[in-house]
Design a protein around this ligand. Sequence first.
Ligand code: ADP
Ligand code: MG
Length: 219
Amino acid sequence: MQPIVSVKDVKFSYPAGVSALKGVSLQVGQGERVALLGPNGSGKSTLILLIAGLLMPTKGSVEVFGQSTASKDFQKFRSRIGVVFQDPDDQLFTPSVIEDIEYGPKNLKLPAEDVAARSAHVLEKMGIAHLRDRAPHRLSFGEKKKVSLATALVLKPELLILDEPTANLDLVSRRGLIDTLNELNEAGTTVIVSKHDVEAFPELADRVIVISHGCLLGE
Ligand code: ADP
Ligand code: MG
């Protein structure tokens, strides 16, 4: 079966000359739950941005759904991928929590009842119903993190990529996140999560990929 994600010998350097990835190859199959584990600075966020097609490799290739992220057709595949950035300030941009959560589903032109049902579900699961009408930029980091997770979960994407989703989450929201991810995974969503500690791994992933200094260390 064709993998959903295929990363081949990818090198990536930031403009300042920092070599963040030094030759990374990995494949992720349909319906897999994969965790990317590595210390701060090992290249997790860079790899996630490359898989999401938001950065382009300096060398090597990244294919998602069989399509190179460098191809000009890749934009069409964007709506099938949900990404949650490590920093929620990169994710949230509307005046209220509910507008941020409903932005994606409305953009996909889903029926209004469907948008309302989906947003109510993620608000409840992430324990943020009380934040519904609040301004995202005034929330605490942990609250923002939950809202940014909700903006991706609500899309029910085929591929969901989450950068350190459990950092700063309280136990209730962590439980809600794991339950929602498992719900989506059972419905066919492929999940990639990054983490810098091993806590909660068995519940989040079937396979762990270890990254260190821009290289994968094997599984
Ligand atoms: P992780 O997510 O595992 O903490 P990152 O992918 O954020 O790792 O970082 C990998 C390396 O790239 C680090 O050395 C980091 O300092 C560097 N880096 C990350 N983002 C940038 C950037 N925008 N400009 C320059 N260097 C960066
Ligand atoms: Mg990171």
